[in-house]
Each structure stands twice: as C-alpha cells, then as structure tokens.
Design a protein around this ligand. Sequence first.
Ligand SMILES: *Cc1c(COP(=O)(O)O)cnc(C)c1O
Length: 331
Amino acid sequence: MNPAVTRLLAIARHPLGALPTPLTPAPGLGRAVGIPALWIKHDELIGFGFGGNKVRGLEFLLADALAKNAEVLITGAGAQSNHVRATAACAAAFGMQAVAVYWGQEPAEVQGNLRLTRLVGAQTRFTGHADRGQVDAAIGFEAERWLARGHVPYVIPRGGACALGVLGHVLAAQELLQQCIARGIAPRHVVLAVGSGTTLAGWMLGTALWGVPWTVEGVTVSRPPSEVRARVSSLIAEAAALLGVTKAVVSDEIIVHDGFIGSDYGVPSPAGNAAIVLAARTQGVFLDPTYTGKAFAGVTELARRGHWGTEAPTVFIHTGGEPALFAHRVE
Ligand SMILES: *Cc1c(COP(=O)(O)O)cnc(C)c1O
C-alpha cells in the first residue's frame, strides 16, 4: 500500500458518521439544469448530530481530544455554524462540555444551528464584533480560563479548519471512489461548496493519494478565490506532512469558481435561493442558504456555460447545512 495511506489509516479516528454516505443519481435536478448525469453524495445524511461535512473532520479531532483526556471542546464561528453545532453534539455524546465562541452580537431570535447548539448543552459566547478573526483570540482566552480552573480544554480552530480536519475528507475521496467502482461510473468532476477550504483540501489530497482521475472543484461562498487557494494550499501542506508526503503530490491547480457569494458570507442570495427551490421541487433535496444553495447556483451557471460536459457524471457533494433553512426565509 502507498505509505501515506498506511500512515493515514494508523492515525486515530473515532467513528461518528454512518459511512459511506449515500451516493444517488439526481435525474430531475440534472435535467432541470442541463447535466444529464448528475449525482449527489449525501454528506448531509452522515448520521450524527444533524449531519454535514464537519462530522468527517470531527472523527479525527474527537479521537485526538479523547486521547488527551479533554473535558471541554472549545471552538467558534458564526451563530449559524454547522461546525459548531456538530462539535457541540460531539461533546454531548462523549461526556464533554462544549464552548462556542461566535462573532457578532447575540441574535434576538435563537433559531437554526444556534438553537440546536444550545439544545445539546453548549455554552455560547458572542464577541460583540463583526470581525471573524477576533473569534480566534476569544477561543484562546476561553481555553486559558478553563485551564486556570483545572480543566483540560481542547481547542478546535474556527470552522474546524486544521490538518486533522482535512484528513476526514481525504477518506471521503476514497469512499466516493469505492462507490463509483461499485456502481460502474467514472465521474469527471466532483464539485463542492468552499468556506474555510478544509473540505476542498481533503478532497484534493485524497484524490491525489488514490490516483483518481476526476477533478475536484470548489465554489467559494465566503472568500475571494486567491485567499481560498492560499488557505487550501497550506492546509494540503499541513495534512500531507501528517502523512509523510509533500504537497507536491497534489496538483498545483486549485479550481475555485467565484461569483456566487452574493452580498456576503452567510447572507442568502437570490441565485442561491433559486437553487434551493429548484433542488427541492425537482429532486426533493434540501440545500442550505449559506453553502450548498450558493454552490449549486454556481453548478447551474457553469452548466449553462457548458462546463460540465454531457456524458461523464458530475458529482455534487451535499455538505449539509439544512438547519440554517430554519433561520432564514428562502422561498
Ligand atoms: C463548513 C461547510 C462547508 C465548507 O467546508 P469548508 O471545509 O469550511 O470549506 C460546506 N458546506 C457546509 C454545509 C458547511 O457547513
């Protein structure tokens, strides 16, 4: 076996998801947007804590936290964070406290992910500043506070963006490959929503390690492509180092499609909302307003430009996020 794969399989991982997640054809949605062979890989149905891509990274982070006898998981992001909600569910399931640090002010109405995060018992704090970067320092202060009181904190970086988080998606690439072999399909494109870039980094590294011929393409919903590429490149380098390889194993070309963020990250966009309605009405699939709806708006526009081709399958990774549907009006 490839030595990097041997190293990967030796890194502790605590199972959380019900894997593999389903891979299903989406003929109704594909027909509606002009992609004859559209498939959806349903990571929203991953089977833990209301699902989503973050559960894959958490399997490695949880194993690390348990090995360090952590008593409290501290992380952060925005109030509708799927990452924070999944982390909080993880803490609840493994007898730990969760502390969530959010940017901005506490919203007047507690809905969607914030509601679920409180429901599983997380303590929530708001920095009071719109600046997302300030969450990182606040996470650090929280960790010191818990340490000073004699507890063992375990910090997960904002959005779960770290090398251990990347590894979960390296395995996802292998998982999809096995499903495609079993189904006898050979996708040309795998496309997913990009926030921090952790998921894209993992899929790219996994695709390279398993030598799969598809291209992995991101649709950014948060940051300009240049910033995404810089982050993805360093996340790939950090994760590759854990596996004893250099990032040279991965293609230099990081494909990031832009133009679908709308007015801002986390603010529903007209094109994203239209994609949510279309997927719901043609396929019975629920996309979310922050990530998958905007990413699918990108898939749709790229289809219009003939980007995906008509024969080889295109796989859209449904990375989750539906709880945010209950915090925003999209229809
Ligand atoms: C976090 C998230 C993403 C993006 O993942 P990154 O690793 O941050 O790029 C996509 N979809 C959903 C639903 C998410 O919660």
